[in-house]
Design a protein around this ligand. Structure first.
Ligand code: PEP
Ligand code: MG
Length: 820
């Protein structure tokens, strides 16, 4: 909210005319540091081209948009003229509200002004008052106690709050932010979210998006009101569980490009969004730009039209949600819920209504408002959030079509299949596409996390994004080949290349089908060496999916997920049921249950663990298990009880020292004796460099190792696994990490113990080959990656894999390893 103090108000002005009144209000804005004196001329200039008389004795002079650089900060000032100033013939003004708007904080004041406008008595009172606090109260809603506050009220957290970290892989982007807002709105309390110095309204989607909170960002959520505690509890649980963000699909499995054109051809590079080859004619797709000119309108009539257009757009979005949900699932459809949420944004609506009250048409007012917001969102530092500008613009067009009577226009339909070229595709465009007539997409803008990319992957259509403006100049009907895996568009390829591309396309298809149909067969090398391929799962419900994808067991069950998204720890009984259900669903296949790995990036608020400056080096994994027998022992009891229903192994996370293994083993064996349960294999995660170095000693204490390459990479390279800038460099294929793995395998095999890998490297087909060549015998991969990992292993002999691994160990950089 904008602040207004007594120094920004001039009572009892005797300004002789409009010009003098504007000079006075401008001077107040200069004195309060809001504008450069030059902006006053701009305010005067604006009067030549527009009428700033609002009605009922109020005017809102402000400068021309092109002079915004003369504004230092958003602010307003008020000049009271009891005798009145003639603004235009027949229009007398008593309150001159000068506005310097750098961003949209003044909207609230405008909204209040429109209310004041309708209240003649209040205008009368404000025209006569001798107490500037009356004016402040009318415009800001708050009556200042002297002295006026210096800190913007909205920048202050409410007294009850919690601190957490954004866990979604792509930050607080549109879908998770909409889930947050939806939930926040179920409570009466006011909710704020702080990220650094920026505080946003937790019930406004746009405001939340403008926080720019990326994955790993520390945020504070505070609340004030009758149900503040309940609201915070619910929001905290939702944040912990990732706000319903779906895991990103793996870019088309095993779709590595093997095809290259032989003849010279115009090649346009872009960013890989969805793998595979598309061959066909190009077709430019352009939405008809709706041009709206500024027509004067009656505020009542235009206000009603605006409301009707919003209602109609809401109805359409609801239908689209249902339609896309049926076709692609609720995750993909959720974007239309986000769009509907944009339409509830008070900032957008307030600003549009203000413009309507100033005498503009609804269509023009809405277009101005949306365009301004799109520009703001585009400026955000974070590309994922900035990419949401396309959503805002999409929803803006939807409402605009209703306002100008173009709502029935049907986008995109093609008789012959085409490769579609567009500047960017909005969610509404992609939802309206007929998947059968689209061979591939290529967009000039957009990134790999854009909506286009996500939809293309789920439809299995090859796509590249961010190919640059040149693609928009290509003619319709031009033959082309789009290689989604290589991120390249080949324009006018030679006939011979089209032929070879068709063959490669067939092969790719066959490979994918073969990988899929052979997913249940073992991953044996050409010379019969068997690598066990298991699954990483987080919940009982994922066990049947793992089996269906070809998993030969579960190599990592992350039990901490049973503890997230709730407000108390699961009981021994609840855990027992979950573990029992899992092992039963695996039908005799082994299940490795990892004990609680809380801490680091995985926080559980109700455990009230002390805040640590460096959580990744703090009380996490086994350190927490040992420090909290109240958590560790019930979990071990549940595991030993479930072991009566199938083959279960226990694994301890984050082992750094021998003593930890000894203590954990002693506690587990004690539990086993108490329950009179069978003894279980006990293993440890190898994810700390000290465990690698001491692997020969540790091997004496345990039955197996499983290497967590996610953490091992972060600790070996000293790169935070969540760090937005370092994430790309923190590559598990770095030779330093591979050498650590090789060392672990050697130490284990000397002691006759087996080694698995359950970190992300096992899901990467290239990683899987190198790991197998290094002597890792179990790869535990994410469920969707299993068929491709198995298929990749089947293509090679053990000797080939061993050679590949040896060469990888000799490489100097991760890039060299990747290029092998
Ligand atoms: C790992 O660190 O590689 C691992 C598998 O554990 P998590 O990702 O759960 O930390
Ligand atoms: Mg780990």
């Amino acid at each position: 909210m904008i602040t207004l103090d007594e120094r920004q108000i001039r009572l009892q002005s005797r300004a002789a005319d409009k010009q003098e009144a504007i000079l006075q209000v401008g001077q107040l804005l200069v004195n309060s540091g809001c504008i450069d004196a030059g902006y006053i001329s701009s305010m005067l200039g604006h009067e030549q081209v527009a009428n700033t008389y609002l009605g009922n004795g109020i005017a809102i002079p402000h400068g021309l948009p092109e002079n915004r650089d003369l504004i230092h900060r958003t602010g307003i000032a008020v000049v009271q003229s009891p005798q009145g100033v003639t603004w235009n013939p027949g229009e007398t003004v008593h309150l001159i509200v000068g506005i310097a708007a750098k961003s949209d904080e003044h909207i609230e004041v405008l909204r209040r002004l429109t209310r004041v406008l309708g209240d003649k008595e209040q205008v009368e009172r404000l025209t006569r008052t001798g107490d500037s606090r009356d004016i402040i109260e009318a415009l800001t809603g708050e009556r200042p106690a002297a002295p006026a506050p210096v800190k913007r009220d909205e920048d202050v957290d409410y007294p009850t709050f919690f601190d957490t970290v954004v866990r979604n892989r792509t930050g607080l982007h549109a879908r998770p932010a909409a889930v947050f807002v939806d939930l926040a709105k179920q409570f009466k309390s006011n909710i704020r979210v702080r990220h650094g110095e920026t505080v946003s309204n937790g019930k406004s989607l746009l405001s939340l998006l403008q926080l720019g909170a990326e994955s790993g960002a520390a945020i504070r959520v505070s609340a004030e009101g009758p149900d503040a505690t309940g609201a915070l509890k619910a929001l905290q649980a939702a944040l912990e569980s990732g706000l319903g963000d779906e895991p990103e699909e793996h870019p088309a499995a095993a779709a590595e490009a093997t095809w290259m054109p032989q003849a010279a051809v115009l090649t346009i590079p872009g960013i890989t969004a969805s793998g595979g080859l598309a061959i066909g004619p190009l077709r430019q797709y352009r939405q008809r730009a709706i041009v709206v000119s500024d027509q004067p309108g009656d505020p009542m009539v235009e206000g009603n039209r605006f409301q009707q257009a919003l209602d109609a757009a809401h109805g359409e979005l609801e239908r689209l949600y249902e339609e896309v949900k049926t076709r692609l699932g609720s995750g993909k459809a959720a974007i239309f819920r986000v769009h509907a949420e944009f339409l509830n944004d008070t900032g957008l609506i307030g600003q549009t209504i203000s413009l309507i009250y100033q005498g503009h048409s609804a269509a023009w007012s809405w277009q101005q408002t949306i365009n301004e917001r799109v520009r703001q969102v585009q400026k955000l530092d974070d590309p994922t959030l900035a990419a949401r500008a396309v959503d805002l613009s999409d929803v803006g067009q939807r409402v605009l079509r209703h306002l100008v009577g173009a709502a029935d226009e049907q986008p995109v339909s093609h008789d012959t299949p085409v490769i579609l070229i567009a500047e960017d595709l909005t969610p509404s465009d992609t939802a309206a596409l007929d998947a059968d007539s689209i061979l591939g997409f290529c967009t000039a803008k957009g990134g790999p996390t854009s909506h286009t990319a996500i939809i293309a992957r789920s439809l299995g259509i090859p796509a590249i994004v961010g190919a640059g403006g040149a693609v928009l100049d290509l003619n319709n009907g031009t033959p082309a080949i789009l290689d989604g895996s290589a991120g390249k568009l080949y324009v006018n390829p030679a006939e011979s290349d089209i032929q070879t591309a068709r063959k490669a396309q067939q092969q790719l298809l066959q490979q994918q089908e073969a990988a899929n149909s052979a997913r249940l067969a073992p991953a044996a090398t050409t010379d019969g060496y068997h690598v066990e391929v298991a699954a990483n799962i987080n919940r009982a419900s994922e066990a049947p999916q793992a089996v269906a994808a070809g998993a030969e067991g579960v190599g990592l069950m992350r039990t901490e997920f049973l503890f997230l998204g709730r407000d108390s720890a699961p009981t021994e009984e609840e855990q027992f049921e979950a573990y029992r259900d899992m092992v039963q669903a695996l039908g005799g296949r082994p299940l490795i249950i990892r004990t609680l790995d809380i801490g680091g990036d995985k926080e559980v608020p109700y455990l009230k663990l002390p805040k640590e400056d460096n959580a990744f080096l703090g009380i996490r994994g086994i350190r927490l298990c040992l420090a909290r027998p109240d958590l560790f022992i019930p979990q071990l009891r549940a595991i030993y009880r479930a072991a009566a229903y199938g083959p279960i192994k226990i694994m301890f996370p984050m082992i750094a020292m021998l003593e930890e293994v000894q203590r954990a083993r002693a506690i587990a064996e004690q539990v086993q004796r108490e329950l009179n349960a069978p003894s279980l294999s006990l293993g440890i995660m190898v994810e700390v460099p000290s465990a690698v170095v001491m692997a020969d000693q540790l091997a004496q204490e345990i039955d197996f190792f499983s290497i967590g390459t996610n953490d091992l990479t972060q600790y070996v390279l000293a790169m935070d696994r969540l760090h937005p800038q370092l994430a790309k460099q923190a590559d598990a294929l770095h030779p330093a990490v591979l050498r650590m793995i090789a060392q672990t395998v050697q130490a284990a095999s000397k002691a006759g113990k087996w080694v698995g890998v359950c970190g992300g490297l096992a899901s990467d087909p290239k990683g899987a080959l190198i790991l197998s060549g290094l002597g890792v015998t179990e790869l535990s991969a994410s469920v969707p990656a299993i068929p491709a990992v198995k298929a990749e292993i089947r293509k090679h002999s053990l000797a080939e894999l061993q050679t590949l691994a040896r060469r990888a160990l000799e490489c100097r950089t991760a890039a060299e390893v990747r290029s092998l």
